[in-house]
Design a protein around this ligand. Structure first.
Ligand code: SF4
Ligand code: SF4
Length: 434
């Protein structure tokens, strides 16, 4: 029998590879979006403006998942693509054809909810720092920084190695059993409008759809699948020799190429649109903070010590020049970092500092200090991936200006880029010290 050319799978692989190369950080950003929002909620300081960039990733992926299902997982996520590439290699080169027993597979699929719950509890009780060296996603995102990644993400790298072995034998190993994001998507996608329809009365006994399903769903048992563990890879549609398996919206069969194209364009388009909005909001926030700082300095408005130490994003940059208050601030914060500008005397001016960023590249940052306030933080040069860097820069710079300190958290999955900026700001501030 002539082998059927799987056009959709070729199309999917091309899209996956393009996104893998152009947006490898998309899955990390989606994850860090979830994480940042969760952190703000547990700290009790949820602020819409502050949270907006994180909400961008969160809402884009969730909206598409609710409406169209898990196209993010099947077509976009770089970690999913990594799992697929390993499976292609094991199946076609090493001819491995390992299948997990159906009942065992069904039980193992609950493990991802346990992982999700564990992460929620761990971050709740120990803070997000616990994920910094243990996340296999982060280790994967930094893999080009080998062998440095081995010492920086030891646990994460060990987990990544285990996942790689698993994915070699079991298709979408991580997605099926372990991904906490997949657990979240599983829940949201169940209310979507798109489903895989497969009337059982027209079925033969071949079970080709089931045998080809990336997520090992028992398609032979059901009439349709709406979301859940289905990642919209559409392999079942191409596998059916009777064209019995179809993509269906509101009772109408739809062209799978068209539906997937719409989902990908919507996802990438909405993501970029949201990013532009986030960029504009972050910019206006920085401008507002800068002008608040400068005007407070000009007016030389006296402020209470409590105002400084309990400052939030909107008042952190408010200045005081009262030396007695400065000294009480210093005493009260002896253990705090010397790069918290409220506690030190700095000479007005713009200083350029250097730090080591992604892949050992140099990040140069210009920091403007006016009346003991950080009024501007700007990148002079960097050697990071441009799109990835701009997102990291936006968040870190906003944090530094809000906190008036270079002692801020790094961004999950972008530790090197974050550290490059942070160390460059520290270097610049050390030059500004009187
Ligand atoms: S289940 Fe997780 S790792 Fe797999 S594709 Fe979805 S988000 Fe990516
Ligand atoms: S049901 Fe079909 S579209 Fe969904 S994961 Fe399985 S093969 Fe892919």
């Amino acid at each position: 029998m002539k082998k059927k050319i799987k056009k959709i799978q070729i199309f999917r692989l091309i899209i996956q590879l393009i996104l893998f190369v152009l947006s490898p950080g998309l899955f990390i950003l989606a994850f860090s979006g979830f994480k940042s929002i969760y952190q703000m909620i547990i700290k009790g300081d949820f602020n819409f403006l502050q949270a907006f960039p994180s909400l961008v990733e969160f809402t884009t992926v969730i909206i598409i998942t609710i409406v169209l299902g898990r196209f993010f997982c099947g077509w976009v996520c770089a970690f999913g693509t990594y799992n697929d590439l390993l499976h292609l290699l094991s199946k076609n080169v090493f001819k491995i054809n390992f299948k997990v027993n159906e009942k065992v597979d069904a039980v193992l699929k609950y493990a991802k909810y346990v992982v999700l719950l564990l992460l929620v509890v761990l971050v709740w009780s120990m803070g997000s720092k616990v994920l910094e060296t243990t996340s296999p996603w982060d280790a994967f995102a930094q893999i080009t920084n080998f062998p440095q990644v081995l010492s920086d993400y030891t646990i994460g790298f060990i987990l990544l190695a285990l996942i790689t072995i698993g994915a070699f034998f079991i298709e979408r190993f991580f997605c099926r059993y372990l991904c906490p994001l997949g657990a979240v998507f599983n829940i949201f996608s169940r209310i979507g409008i798109l489903k895989i329809k497969k009337p059982t009365d027209k079925c033969g006994k071949c079970r080709l759809c089931t045998n080809n399903c990336s997520m090992a769903l028992s398609l032979y048992k059901v009439e349709s699948i709406r979301g859940g563990d289905c990642i919209n890879c559409l392999k079942c549609i191409e596998a059916c020799p009777r064209n019995n398996t179809q993509l269906n919206v509101f009772g109408e069969n739809v062209n799978p190429e068209l539906a997937s194209s719409v989902a990908i364009v919507a996802m990438v388009g909405l993501y970029n649109l949201n990013n532009l909005g986030a960029e504009a909001l972050a910019q206006s926030k920085l401008t507002k903070q800068t002008s608040t700082s400068v005007s407070a300095s000009i007016n030389n408005t006296p402020q209470k010590y409590e105002d400084i130490t309990t400052s939030d994003a909107s008042n952190a940059s408010t200045s005081t020049t009262d030396s007695s208050k400065e000294s009480s601030t210093n005493n009260a914060n002896e253990s705090a970092s010397s790069t918290t500008i409220n506690q030190s005397n700095y000479t007005n001016g713009t200083y350029t500092g250097a730090g080591t960023g992604f892949k050992g590249g140099t990040t140069e940052i210009a920091v403007t200090v006016k009346d003991n306030k950080i009024t501007n933080v700007e990148t002079v040069s960097n050697q990071d991936t441009p799109k990835f860097y701009s997102r990291v820069e936006r968040e870190i710079v906003s944090e530094i200006i809000s906190a008036q300190s270079a002692t801020v958290d790094t961004i999950s999955g972008a530790t090197y880029s974050s550290e490059g900026i942070i160390s460059a700001v520290k270097d610049a501030l050390s030059q500004a010290k009187k």
